[in-house]
Design a protein around this ligand. Structure first.
Ligand SMILES: C=C(O[C@H]1C=CC=C(C(=O)O)[C@@H]1O)C(=O)O
Length: 357
């Protein structure tokens, strides 16, 4: 099964006609008409395995998922990779590499392995993920349909990599973050400070410039405002820029575009190849985290989210891994960057119904 809930509706893929661990094979099947639709996830590193399927049926519902309250759960164990101090050290090293001119921006992430009880039921967690944000965003991908390991990828990403309808492509890159507050005045002040933070505006600009550079050669027109908006999830304020382009060639599919654009500097960095290598050198393989989750129909239309604020749930339904990353730029502060990852982890922890600081 595949589910993507968005404010404008929910897409469900039911059944599996064919599974693809190779995104290029899925793209080819779609463009030759051998596959009528593709749903699933592409990895952060294009060399890793995708979790894509041709579903038996693709269903559209014009409402987002109905939110459900999280089920209270106990944490049996929790370990972070790397530990917080090592993450901070990696940020220090990245800031030095930026100062030395090796890279302009790199997104460093940490993973958290958690065992929870009671175990997770997919539909229930999806409802809790949808309930945690204003847009009702949530996704679930049956990764086991491709890998055979009965694992799932679930999450609530705020970030639209792309949506394609006919020739029109829209993107909504997110980069630049501030933790929200329960106090309305402090919450508003945090949003205002983010909107004028030169560090966050610089961090955001790398993503917009990258998307513009990749989309421009394919587009007859492209609009990307020079000033980002401030958007919120349940836990965080983000800088976001609505981008709109018109494709010259209507045969380019949403999956083609996902492969072209992912991973953006919201999850990788600038220049992309240098940042990807730095990430590969220090982090455990991200696999599907930092890639893209979405669907594409026979007409080439579809929608792909950046795979963040997500978890990979193991077959036992009690063991899971979640991740949080942050963009490191010249003005980054190591402790702030560590705290930002902690704030981002709250999206998944809240939906799981576990107590956390
Ligand atoms: C890499 C993540 O967030 C990205 C998206 C929005 C804001 C980000 C930031 O401010 O660093 C990140 O670029 C993550 O949540 O794991």
């Amino acid at each position: 099964m595949f589910v993507l809930s968005r404010p404008h509706g929910t897409v469900r893929g039911r059944g599996v006609r064919r599974a693809f661990a190779d995104a290029a094979a899925a793209r080819a099947a779609l463009s030759t008409g051998a596959a009528r639709a593709i749903t699933g996830a592409i990895p952060f590193d294009p060399a890793d395995a995708a979790a894509l399927v041709e579903p038996g049926l693709l269903e559209f519902d014009d409402a987002p998922l109905t939110p459900t309250p999280p089920t209270p759960r106990q944490v049996v164990s929790m370990t972070t990779h790397p530990d917080p101090r090592t993450h901070r050290d990696r940020v220090v090293a990245a800031i030095k590499q930026i100062a030395d001119g090796v890279v302009d921006k790199v997104v460093l992430a940490r993973a958290v392995d958690i065992v929870v009880r009671p175990g997770v039921e997919i539909t229930e967690l999806l409802g809790a993920l949808a309930g945690g944000n204003v847009d009702r965003n949530a996704f679930a991908v049956d990764v086991g349909a491709v890998t055979g390991d009965a694992s799932w990828l679930l999450g609530s990403s705020p970030e639209v990599l792309l949506r394609k309808q006919g020739r029109v492509v829209t993107c909504s890159p997110y980069a630049g973050s501030a933790r929200r507050s329960d106090d309305p005045a402090a919450d508003r002040a945090a949003a205002e400070a983010l909107a004028s933070s030169s560090k966050d505006l610089a961090e955001h600009r790398f993503v917009v410039d990258y998307l513009r550079d990749r989309l421009a050669p394919l587009s007859s027109d492209l609009d990307a405002p020079s000033t980002p908006e401030v958007r919120s999830t349940g836990e965080i304020w983000h800088l976001a820029t609505p981008i709109r382009a018109t494709l010259r060639d209507p045969s380019v599919t949403a999956l083609d575009l996902a492969a072209l654009l992912s991973p953006t500097p919201a999850v990788c960095g600038t220049p992309s190849d240098v940042a990807a290598e730095l990430i590969r050198d220090v982090e455990e393989p991200r696999r599907l985290y930092g890639g893209a989750v979405g669907w594409c129909d026979a007409a080439g239309d579809g929608e792909w989210m950046v795979t963040i604020r997500c978890l990979r749930l193991a077959a036992d339904r009690e063991s899971l891994r979640t991740w949080a990353g942050g963009g490191i730029v010249a003005q980054s502060d190591p402790q702030d960057e560590l705290d930002e990852t902690t704030a981002k982890l709250a999206t998944v922890l809240n939906a799981l119904g576990v107590e956390h600081a």
